[in-house]
Design a protein around this ligand. Structure first.
Ligand code: SF4
Length: 634
C-alpha cells in the first residue's frame, strides 16, 4: 500500500470473531467481491487469539488475504493480534484513554503527563509490530476523541489530526514507520477537512504516510453511497488516498463494489489526461470555505433563500402528462386538479423546447431554450437558457432571470469579453473535461479573480447508459445502485463541500427521473448544504453488534423518515457506539442482548429498554422535545 501501488480496497467482517467458520466464509465472500484487506474486530484477548484460527482456515482454503485486527480500548488484545495478523488498527482516541464525555482543563504539566502515560502504554505494541513486521493504522474517529484532545482542540478537524500525530510521533521516536493514517467522520465535510489538514501537517512535520479513506457510519442504500462518494471521492479527486473502505449498513460484500467503482475512475485518468490537458489543482481563496452558496445579486434567482437550487431536465418527457411531475416532487391530484409538494420538490425544470399542455404548479419555475422562450405568450415563471453568443445577440431578454451556459474555456473567448454582466444573470457551468471537478473548481477560481459573483449552477452530464443501471457487480436488484450516485456525488459534492455552487443540475438521459431527483437532494443532504430529510448515522456493524442493524435501521427509518433535519444515530454496541455517533441528535444503541439504550445527543435518557419498546420510547423522547411532526400523507 502507498507509493505507486494501486489504491487498495478493504472492508470489515460483521460476524462474531469467535465464530471461526463464519468469519472464514464471510472473509472469502468479501475477497471474492474485491476486498484486498479484511478487517476483523478483536475486542479482547480471546478474539485476538482466534484470529490465528481464522488465518489458518483461510490459508487452508487458499486465501492469503492480509488481515487487520480492529482494536478499541484493549492494548493487551492489540499486542496479541500484532503477532498474528498483517496489520493492527488502533483508535488513538481510546487506545490508552477511556472516553468520559467530560471536558477537563489540563495544565501544561497535566497534558504532558498524559502524553508520557500514552508513550508507556503504546510502546509495547510498537515494539511488537517492529519485531513481527506488522503494519499499523492510526485511525482517528471524529466521534471518539480523547478528553485530553477535546480539552485543547475541541471536536474539530485540528483535534482529529493532533490525536493521530501524538501517536505517530511516538512511533517515529521508536523508529517505527510502517503506518497508515485515517481521519474518519460520519460528516463528509468534517472528514474532508481533517484529511486535508492532516496532509498539510504531515508535510510540515516531514512525514509521509499512506492514507486510509473512509466515511464512517455512512448508512445504507442511496444515502450511504452518496455520503461515501462525497467524502472519499472528493479526496480521491484531490489525489489523496492509498486504501479505501466504504462503510455501509449492509452485508460487507456490498461495500467493495462501491469502493471499486469510486477508485477505478482514477486508474486510467492520468493517461487519458495527457491528451486533454490537466486542469491545475487550484487553491481557492480563503473565504470560499465559509462563503454562502449564493451571492447577494442572486435574489432574482433564489428568492432570498440561501440553499442551493435543484434543476432537473424533463425536456424528453411527455408534455401532455401532468403525472411526469411526480418524479420531481410534485404529486398530481387529478380529482382536485392540484399538486402536492414535498421536501424534495425541485425548484426548476428544464423543458428545452417541450411545451406542456397542462398547467404547471405555481411555485415551479421552468427553463426553456432561448429560441422557444422568446415565442411564449405567457412568460410568468418561465426563463430563458442561452449560449453566451445567443445572449449577446438577443433582442429581448428576461427582465428578472437569464441563464447562460458557460465552460471554463469560454472565459477566454471573445464572446465572454463582450458579455455585459448584470444581476439577472445566472451561469450554468458545464464541462467536458475528463477531470471535470478540477476543471469546474478552476472556473470558480478564475471567476473570483475576474471579480464576478453571479450565481453558478454546477451542471454535470452523464450521457452513457452505464450510469443508469445497477452496477454489474451490484447484488441488490431491489435497490439498484447506479454509478450516477457515486460519480455525481463525487463531482458535485466536492464543490459543494467547499461552499461552491448556487445549484446543481444532473443530466443523465438514461437514468429514471426520480433517481436523478433523489440523487440531487441526496448530494445536497450529504454536503449539508440543503437538508430535506432525516439523517441516519448507522454503524456498519461488526462482531460486537447486538442486533440486526439493517433490519433495525429500516424499522426506525419507516417511522421517522419524515423528520426533516433530525440526525438519528443507530449503533450496534454501547462500547463504541456513543462515541461514534458524533453529532447525532438522538441515539439508539445496543446495550446488551435485547436491550437498547436511548440517547439525546451524548446524554443517556433511558437505559436498557427492551428492544420491542425501544423505538416507541425513542419517539416519545423526540415528542417530549417538541421535535416530532406527524407524517403528512396528503
Ligand atoms: S458501533 Fe457498530 S461497528 Fe462500531 S464497534 Fe460497535 S457494533 Fe461494531
Amino acid at each position: 500500500m502507498g507509493a505507486d501501488n494501486p489504491i487498495r480496497i478493504q472492508s470489515m467482517t460483521t460476524i462474531d470473531t469467535m465464530d471461526t467458520l463464519g468469519s472464514i466464509e464471510q472473509t472469502i465472500r468479501m475477497v471474492e467481491a474485491g476486498c484486498e484487506y479484511v478487517r476483523i474486530t478483536a475486542p479482547s484477548i480471546k478474539e485476538s487469539e482466534n484470529l490465528l484460527e481464522i488465518k489458518k482456515g483461510l490459508l487452508a482454503r487458499g486465501y492469503n488475504v492480509p488481515l487487520v485486527a480492529d482494536i478499541h480500548f484493549t492494548p493487551n488484545a492489540a499486542e496479541v493480534a500484532a503477532r498474528i495478523v498483517e496489520k493492527v488498527r488502533i483508535n488513538p482516541g481510546n487506545y490508552a484513554d477511556k472516553k468520559r464525555f467530560d471536558q477537563f482543563t489540563y495544565t501544561e504539566e497535566a497534558y504532558q503527563a498524559e502524553l508520557d502515560r500514552i508513550y508507556t502504554k503504546f510502546t509495547p505494541l510498537v515494539k511488537i509490530c517492529k519485531e513481527y513486521g506488522t503494519a499499523m493504522r492510526i485511525g482517528t474517529n471524529h466521534g471518539s476523541l480523547s478528553d485530553r484532545i477535546m480539552s485543547r482542540y475541541g471536536d474539530t478537524p485540528e483535534g482529529m489530526v493532533e490525536s493521530a500525530l501524538e501517536f505517530i510521533r511516538i512511533c517515529e521516536d521508536l523508529q517505527y514507520y510502517n503506518l497508515v493514517v485515517s481521519m474518519k467522520s460520519s460528516n463528509p465535510q468534517v472528514m474532508i477537512m481533517a484529511y486535508r489538514l492532516l496532509v498539510e501537517k504531515m508535510v510540515t512535520e516531514g512525514m509521509n504516510y499512506p492514507l486510509h479513506l473512509g466515511v464512517t457510519e455512512a448508512g445504507d442504500g442511496e444515502d450511504g453511497r452518496i455520503k461515501s462518494a462525497v467524502g472519499i471521492g472528493t479526496l480521491l479527486e484531490d489525489g489523496l488516498g492509498d486504501t479505501v473502505r466504504v462503510s455501509l449498513t449492509e452485508d460487507p460484500e456490498k461495500e467493495a463494489p462501491v469502493a471499486i467503482a469510486l477508485v477505478n475512475r482514477y486508474s486510467n485518468r492520468q493517461k487519458a489526461m495527457q491528451h486533454q490537458g490537466n486542469p491545475a489543482i487550484v487553491q481557492l481563496s480563503e473565504n470560499n470555505s465559509t462563503s454562502p452558496y449564493i451571492s447577494k445579486e442572486a435574489n432574482a434567482f433564489i428568492g432570498g433563500s440561501i440553499v442551493p437550487r435543484v434543476i432537473v431536465d424533463l425536456s424528453s418527457e411527455n408534455g401532455k402528462d401532468p403525472f411526469i411531475l411526480d418524479n420531481v416532487g410534485y404529486r398530481y391530484d387529478a380529482v382536485n386538479d392540484k399538486y402536492h409538494i414535498s421536501e424534495q420538490s425541485v425548484d426548476f425544470i428544464y423543458l428545452g423546447s417541450n411545451l406542456p399542455s397542462f398547467t404547471l404548479p405555481g411555485n415551479l419555475k421552468v427553463l426553456y431554450d432561448y429560441g422557444s422562450w422568446i415565442l411564449l405568450q405567457d412568460k410568468v415563471n418561465k426563463h430563458p437558457v442561452y449560449s453566451i453568443a445567443e445572449y449577446n445577440k438577443a433582442q429581448f431578454r428576461d427582465p428578472n432571470l437569464n441563464l447562460i451556459l458557460i465552460s471554463n474555456e469560454e472565459l477566454e473567448e471573445p464572446d465572454f469579453s463582450q458579455l455585459e454582466i448584470n444581476d439577472t444573470i445566472v451561469f450554468i457551468l458545464q464541462t467536458e473535461n475528463l477531470h471535470g471537478m478540477a476543471d469546474q473548481r478552476q472556473f470558480f477560481s478564475n471567476f473570483q479573480e475576474i471579480g464576478l459573483n453571479n450565481p453558478i449552477i454546477i451542471k454535470r452530464d452523464y450521457p452513457s447508459a452505464e450510469f443508469s443501471g445497477p452496477m454489474g457487480d451490484d447484488t441488490s436488484p431491489e435497490e439498484p445502485i447506479s454509478k450516477l450516485q457515486l460519480f455525481a456525488g463525487t463531482d458535485l459534492g466536492a464543490l459543494l463541500v467547499d461552499g461552491l455552487g448556487s445549484g446543481i443540475w444532473i443530466n443523465s438521459p438514461a437514468t429514471p427521473i426520480e433517481k436523478i431527483t433523489s440523487t440531487s437532494f441526496g448530494i445536497l443532504q450529504a454536503t449539508r448544504s440543503r437538508i430535506s430529510k432525516t439523517e441516519y448515522i448507522s454503524c456498519p456493524s461488526c462482531g460486537r453488534t447486538l442486533f440486526d442493524l439493517q433490519e433495525t435501521t429500516q424499522m426506525i427509518r419507516s417511522r421517522t423518515s419524515h423528520l426533516k433535519g433530525l440526525k438519528i444515530g443507530i449503533m450496534g454496541c454501547i462500547v463504541n457506539g456513543p462515541g461514534e455517533m458524533a453529532d447525532a441528535d438522538y441515539g439508539y444503541v445496543g446495550a446488551g442482548p435485547d436491550k437498547i439504550t436511548l440517547y439525546r445527543g451524548k446524554e443517556i435518557v433511558k437505559k436498557n429498554v427492551p428492544t420491542v419498546r425501544a423505538l416507541d420510547e425513542l419517539i416519545e423522547i423526540i415528542k417530549s422535545d417538541n421535535r416530532w411532526t406527524e407524517e403528512n400523507n396528503a
